[in-house]
Design a protein around this ligand. Sequence first.
Ligand code: NAI
Ligand code: 15L
Length: 263
Amino acid sequence: MPYHRVLLTGAAGNLGRVLRERLAGRFPVLRLSDVAEMAPADPGEEVVRCDLADADAVTELCRDVDVILHFGGRSTEADWDTVLPANIIGAVNLWEAARKTGVKRIVFASSNHVIGLHSRSERIDHRAMAAPDCRYGLSKAFGEDLAALYAYKHGIAALCIRIGSSYAEPADARQLSTWMSFGDLVRMIDVGLTADYTYEIVYGVSDNSRTFWDNANAERLGYTPRDSADRFIPALAGKTTDDPIAERTQGGSFSSAEFTGDP
Ligand code: NAI
Ligand code: 15L
């Protein structure tokens, strides 16, 4: 891989810690960043504490970086005072820093909550209209559009991965549709690092027979998932909720929280 220094934001988080372990030794330098404390640097690592809302600090963070894996930010619903600086100001700062420092590619951890208000009866692909199910989902939709601006206008390629539910194992009936194994997450990141594209949206999901999503765009780019939530069907198929909005929509409980629309 032609990259010398790879920057991972969100390195203290759940997926950040998984990626730190699984990407170890893959690049000459893995620069790890988060606003929270991280374990000290191992050989081949740099650890840089940085708040994404601090534009000057983010510009310094991006110096001498070849590619960014952007996993940092608020990862669940919250009030605007939390979502705005972490995910909207933070994304603006990151893409602007990338432009200023000459970074040419960003792999973005977007979310299924960009399209969470679509019904589970629909099978949608990457071209479906955005239907954010919460402020957090809207901030990810903004991140995707921001990535498009910088891709088409400034030549910073972006792969926006609308991650479903990435955990060691699926936890409930919904995640039989949305689960992405850690192995498949790394495989998708590899697509983001190596495929030839300017701007793409894909779904971050394993090969689940109950998927809500047509992920042909990811397959076209070279993604071949090796895992599936299907072996958990007997244990989890009955693990539904008694919340009709959550059960009807792809975003689940993110959709139903604060819901005051037409049920
Ligand atoms: P997480 O909440 O465990 O990790 C996010 C990290 O971002 C945290 O360590 C946090 O300290 C850091 N962060 C928050 N605000 C920041 C700021 N202002 N400046 C710098 N760092 C900041 O979340 P997780 O599960 O590891 O997810 C990683 C990314 O993937 C997130 O962007 C999330 O939205 C996205 N994602 C995750 C999914 C999952 O199933 N885990 C599903 C869909 C998207
Ligand atoms: C997300 O975007 C969240 O970051 C994660 O915590 C999960 O809840 C996931 O979506 C999901 O939809 O299961």
